[in-house]
Design a protein around this ligand. Structure first.
Ligand code: FMN
Length: 326
């Protein structure tokens, strides 16, 4: 399939694996790129710019296809050394960066000068337009369904994607709630040039996370996620568990007086890592999209992507063309 996104990134299929903290290592990124999509290493998961440089080198050993790095600018307890992470990205020969969180404008000139294409993740049309204005090459439009941080506007993709299509000149992919061929064909119909998946890629053989997490995704239905940190305007969609029950209890108890320090022990990176890497399922809140309701198996990345592309073709040529013929 050829779209403006496959052309921009030099990939075979219009499918991107979004950056995911403690999930987006070289194993997953290379598997996605080898299967014809765009794999993304999560920069900050590496902890230091030197470790990111090593992870990029490891990924180059696993694939000769394009892959990218995610740089997330979210509120952190301690600001990471972003310029040094960008050095590692440039010196590692990376040509695609997915930015997310705050406006990446301050870092764009260096990345653009190094020939890097930047896709910025946005949860609203106004942020997408801003990304276009400051020179991003593409946008990943993250609807309210998404795993992780959906922003504070609560607009689902059925509305957000056509609004983005009405407003943007640069290409965009649909992100949030994307799981299969139906998602891809719908995203294309709504004006996107491809799709970005997070949660779905966690339930694959190559995702380097604990088997308990993969099985939790298969078991969960579309009602299993919760929104935490709304009162501090850092909303995150997570899978329900004991830690999430406790966070929501504290949010109710403390009302608007709640601060991040009240829940830090239940959302901190070290505890999150214990869930994803060690399978301690109730230790902390962990990002998960409503799309878990559409995840019923744990295929290899290649099986998943091949299945999506074959079924998308069948949907377009069979069901959609067939409707017109009737
Ligand atoms: C476990 C997990 C961790 C995530 N971590 C990050 C992150 O560090 N940076 C980022 O930009 N997005 C992160 N995301 C968001 C994804 O890149 C993607 O935008 C989102 O998962 C799309 O929604 P979906 O889960 O419905 O596919 C994360 C998502 C998940 C599920």
């Amino acid at each position: 399939m050829k779209t403006r996104i496959t052309e921009l990134f030099g990939i075979r299929h219009p499918i991107i694996q979004g950056g995911m903290h403690y999930v987006g290592y070289a194993e997953l990124a290379s598997a996605v790129s080898n299967a014809g999509g765009l794999g993304i290493i999560t920069g900050l998961t590496q902890g230091t710019p030197e470790a990111l440089a090593r992870e990029i080198a490891r990924c180059h050993d696993m694939t000769d296809k394009p892959f990218g790095v995610n740089l997330t600018f979210l509120p952190a307890f301690q600001e990471p050394p972003y310029p040094e992470y960008i050095d590692a990205i440039i010196q590692g020969g990376i040509r695609i960066v997915e930015t997310a969180g705050r406006n990446p404008e301050a870092h764009l000139p260096r990345m653009k000068a190094a020939g890097i294409r930047v896709i910025h993740k946005c949860t609203s049309v106004r942020h997408s337009l801003k990304a276009e204005k400051i020179g991003c090459d593409a946008v990943s439009v993250d609807g309210f369904e998404c795993g992780g941080h959906p922003g504070e506007d609560d607009v689902p993709n059925m509305i957000l994607l056509p609004r983005a299509a009405e407003s943007l000149k640069i290409p965009f992919v649909a992100s949030g709630g994307m799981a299969d061929a139906r998602s891809l064909v719908a995203a294309l119909a709504l004006g996107a040039e491809g799709m970005n998946m997070g949660t779905r890629f966690m339930a694959t053989k190559e995702a380097p996370i604990h088997e308990n997490v993969k099985q939790a995704l298969v078991a969960a239905d579309e009602l299993a996620t919760r929104l935490i940190m709304r009162p501090i305007r850092n909303t995150e969609r997570v899978l329900d568990n004991k830690a999430v029950d406790e966070i929501l209890r504290l949010e109710t108890e403390k009302g608007s007086g709640i601060g991040i320090m009240d829940i830090r022990h239940l959302v901190a990176g070290a505890e999150n890592r214990k869930v994803l890497q060690e399978g301690m399922m109730d230790n902390a809140a962990w990002s998960c999209g409503m799309v878990c309701g559409l995840i019923h198996d744990v295929p290899s990345v290649k099986e998943l992507i091949d299945r999506i592309m074959a079924e998308a073709e069948a949907l377009i040529r069979g069901r959609l063309e067939g409707l017109l013929a009737a």
